[in-house]
Design a protein around this ligand. Structure first.
Ligand SMILES: Nc1nc2c(ncn2[C@@H]2O[C@H](COP(=O)(O)OP(=O)(O)OP(=O)(O)O)[C@@H](O)[C@H]2O)c(=O)[nH]1
Ligand SMILES: [Mg+2]
Length: 297
């Protein structure tokens, strides 16, 4: 499946899968060139082949029951990548646990933030950290075990030929395990709405297991990002689509969290609905009306 903004589907599952990207017949408005991607430095420093130095950013708030397991699984599944735990001063001591892991593993880092400021703010801080430390790509991944670190190699393989890789729950080959029907419905309807309102050919615009090349993040102009919670993923999908970078979706296995409490709330859903509607209306206005009002240049 390939469409307007350069969205492709990676190939089938299995050990031989390299995340092969479907050809895009003239679908890209702006594809970030290999030279711009700048994979050379990271590879020379022992990074991920074809991608460079990769940082997995794991935002945490009260994930003490999960963080050690998830970080250990990431390190096993993709030994070449580094991990940054972006903790918002979790009262349950997640930050301290992460610190203990960082003390014994030079590839694990912790970004301590003063207090709970939302998923979006934690990711933006993590992306900034990655830029400052010379990484070529970042991975977004939840700490609650919903995103299987074992899927990481497939996402990174797909990133060889893409600027943004979305681990998708809603493409062929994906699995969603143990999710209550209410959450399934919310995700399906939310994605349908986002796709229709924003005209984005992305099956899972709300998913939070992704790879972004730093060059793509630069092209996406993140200074305009305003989402606090759940809508952050939709907002980044929209910015990627608008920037014309090459987006690929890879099937993942998504599982309901087994330990700890969800931070999902009606407020977060309301924010997403409100923002998607606002962006949809704004994107439909003729360009001359947008001038001076849209934060997008
Ligand atoms: N740093 C930081 N991390 C957060 C914040 N809110 C959520 N997170 C983390 O973001 C990830 C996703 O949060 P979840 O509570 O699993 O939310 P969700 O995946 O949208 O909802 P569920 O499907 O119910 O689990 C987890 O790793 C959380 O710990 C926050 O305010 N700050
Ligand atoms: Mg979750």
């Amino acid at each position: 499946m390939v469409a307007g903004g350069g969205v492709g589907r990676a190939g089938g599952r299995g050990p031989g899968r390299r995340g092969g990207v479907a050809a895009s017949p003239g679908g890209h408005r702006r594809r970030v060139s290999r030279q711009e991607r700048g994979t050379g430095v990271g590879e020379a420093a022992g990074g991920q082949p074809g991608v460079g130095r990769v940082l997995v950013v794991v935002p945490t708030y009260n994930e003490a029951d999960n963080i050690a397991d998830v970080v250990a699984r990431v390190r096993r599944a993709a030994p070449a990548v580094d991990v940054l735990v972006a903790d918002d001063n979790s009262p349950d001591g997640t930050g301290t646990l992460a610190e203990a892991m960082a003390a014994t593993d030079a590839q694990v880092h912790v970004l301590h933030r003063p207090g709970k400021q939302g998923l979006g703010a934690a990711y933006l801080a993590g992306f900034g950290w990655a830029r400052q430390h010379g990484y070529d790509a970042v991975v977004e991944m939840d700490a609650d075990g919903s995103h299987a670190p074992e899927d990481l190699p497939a996402l990174l393989a797909a990133a060889r030929d893409a600027d943004v890789v979305i681990g998708s729950r809603w493409v062929g080959g994906a699995r969603v395990v143990n999710w209550p029907w209410r959450r399934l419905l919310l995700s399906r309807c939310g994605n349908l709405y986002a796709r229709m309102a924003l005209g984005m050919p992305v099956s899972d615009a709300t998913g939070g297991f992704r790879v972004y090349r730093l060059s793509a993040l630069r092209a996406m102009r993140l200074e305009s990002v305003c989402s606090q919670g759940y809508s952050f993923q939709v907002e980044l999908s929209r910015l990627a689509h608008r920037a014309g970078v090459r987006i690929v979706e890879v099937p993942i296995t998504f599982a309901e969290r087994e330990r700890g409490a969800s931070k999902m709330s009606p407020l977060i859903v309301a924010e997403a609905l409100w923002r998607i509607t606002t962006w949809g209306l704004r994107d439909r206005r003729p360009a001359r009306w947008r001038r001076g009002h849209d934060r997008w240049p």
